[in-house]
Design a protein around this ligand. Structure first.
Ligand code: GLN
Length: 542
């Protein structure tokens, strides 16, 4: 019988509830408990795959090809367990299922209602995630904050679960913010009192309150919160903004949260083994020389849009004993002759994934700069596609080569739709998604980086390398170092006679872990660190 920890948020969003939940997962896993995490999102979209990064940040892709909330990236990086399609549930999915049943006649003439039909479907999906992952403990994060109209059915469902499966199997953790008033230098508990009152109003009494704050939280404040909320003082857990997100599991464990949870859920109280995690933190804290990486993208004002890329670079730098210094360059700036000075300062260039035409020419310029000046380059999905377009433009001495995504009528469709993508008009969930095998060609940079000949990586794209251009670009210095097992799809392309210029059609960033950096990121950063050591940035104009 799995146990459940339900995490709600209070006061405001964006206080790091996802990282907190992921950290709870880590401290339980450190006790030998099998943990999985699920996120319930109250919006009506079926998944975030169709949402703009401005609305939602990154779309995280699971092994089984679900397009999910970026918090799942935190969960996988902290708990190091692969999640599935069942790990992210939205209101849209819940209603779609219930309405489909109603149309089939499953409700036998009954009136279909939020309680019990919607809440039952939510509970069914929570149970499914626990069953599918075989977890001893499923941690469930409820998106948004208590008091939102749209999260009510989720709160009602998790309230019922305590009665359904028994008190000793269910626990509620509420994550809030203590705002700081500058003029008086105080932290305020009132918003927390109100949000707990709201939670109690829907019948949920939290067992633990985690208080986020940018300043130290003294004992009096914890007393006060305890008094007003009926939560034991020892279960009012302060969580002051950490130097680094990977510190959060240690802060929570050192305060005693692991013990509180195991006691509440009647789990064996084993001593946690967080030695590897503590060693990781010591390595993070050790002084290191920086390496500067330019990330040339379209949503750079919003780093949440590239959160897995940022983390993968951080992991790879750590493995190379370097501090990461990311310069986020707006690709459109390069088109307007701006920001080139920043590109010339970079020891390495990343062009991440993306959709749509805006900023594409700037990305092609970044690829050209990297190729001509032999600056390490890592292309992720769209970044691989622009690397191929750039080389074709050079070979053909023309600006005509393109992806048909950006110029459907181009005479040189270097990147094009695969036949099985033609004629698809539905936008949601119809791309090439999730894990696919890839064979590496011995002797290539990619094969050396992985040290394996068959790998599996996660995809999220519609367009592919057009095989009609294989020979032409090969003659110009491009190797196809990763291919689908049948050999018909180019999954990795790299350049000969370059310190490191490689692009992958998949997204390696999703599989990077703090203690297990992704091989392509690791080798890219190694090459960038070498560029920095040699003081090699040419600071040349284009
Ligand atoms: N827009 C490109 C495609 O659909 C690349 C997608 C991506 O970078 N994830 O193929």
């Amino acid at each position: 019988m799995p146990k459940f920890i339900f995490c709600t948020g209070g006061v405001v969003s964006s206080v790091g509830k996802g990282v907190t939940v992921a950290s709870i997962g880590r401290i339980l896993k450190a006790r030998g408990i099998r943990v999985s995490i699920q996120k319930l999102d109250p919006y009506i979209n079926v998944d975030p795959g169709t949402m703009s990064p401005y609305q939602h940040g990154e779309v995280f892709v699971t092994e089984d090809g679900a397009e999910t909330d970026l918090d799942l990236g935190h969960y996988e990086r902290f708990v190091d367990e692969n999640l599935t399609r069942a790990s992210n549930v939205t209101t849209g999915q819940v209603y779609a299922e219930v309405i489909a049943k109603e149309r089939r006649g499953d409700f036998l003439g009954g009136t279909v209602q939020v309680v019990p039909h919607i809440t039952n479907e939510i509970k069914r999906r929570i149970g499914l995630a626990a069953k599918e992952t075989g977890a001893d403990v499923l941690i469930v994060e409820i998106g948004g904050t208590v008091g939102d109209i749209e999260s009510l059915p989720f709160l009602e469902a998790i309230r019922q679960m305590r009665k359904d499966i028994g008190r000793e199997h269910v626990m509620y953790i509420h994550v809030t913010l203590l705002p700081h008033i500058c003029s008086t230098g105080e932290l305020k508990t009132k918003p927390t009192q109100h949000s707990v009152k709201e939670l109690r109003g829907v019948g949920i009494q939290p067992n633990v309150i985690i208080c986020r704050s940018d300043f130290a939280i003294d004992d009096n404040l914890r007393d006060k919160i305890s008094l007003f909320t009926d939560v034991e003082k020892e279960a009012v857990v302060p969580l002051v903004t950490a130097r680094n997100i990977y510190e959060v599991p240690l802060v929570l464990e050192d305060f005693g949260l692991g013990k509180l949870v195991t006691r509440q859920l009647d789990l064996p109280d084993r001593t946690p083994d967080l030695s590897a995690w503590r060693a990781l933190m010591r390595r993070i804290d050790a002084p290191k020389e920086p390496v500067r990486i330019a990330v040339v993208g379209k949503y750079v004002e919003l780093p949440d849009a590239y959160i897995s890329v940022r983390e993968a670079l951080f992991h790879a730098c750590l493995a190379n004993d370097r501090a990461v210094d990311i310069d986020w360059i707006l690709s459109e700036d390069l088109e307007r002759d701006k920001s080139f000075d920043r590109l010339t300062q970079a020891d390495g260039i990343v062009v991440p994934g993306g959709f749509g035409e805006r900023g594409i020419e700037g990305k092609i310029l970044a690829a050209r700069y990297a190729r001509v000046h032999k600056i390490p380059y890592l292309g992720l999905c769209l970044g691989m596609q622009v690397m191929c377009v750039e080389l074709a433009r050079f070979v053909l001495e023309s600006d005509e080569p393109n992806s048909t995504e950006f110029n459907p009528g181009t005479h040189y469709p270097v990147i094009d739709l695969m036949p099985d993508q033609r004629g698809i008009s539905e936008m949601g969930g119809t791309m090439r998604l999730g894990h696919y095998p890839c064979k590496l060609v011995p002797g290539t940079v990619a094969a050396r980086a992985y040290g394996e000949d068959l790998i599996s990586e996660r995809h999220r794209h519609r367009f592919e390398f057009n095989n009609a251009y294989r020979e032409m670009l090969n003659k110009a210095g491009m190797e196809y170092s990763g291919l689908s097992p049948e050999g018909n799809l180019v999954e990795i392309a790299e350049l000969r006679d370059h310190p490191f210029m490689l692009g992958s059609q998949f997204h390696p960033e999703f599989k990077s872990r703090p203690d297990r950096p992704h091989p392509l990121f690791r080798e890219f950063v190694r090459a960038a660190a070498e560029t920095e050591r040699q003081g090699k940035q040419k600071k040349l104009p284009m």
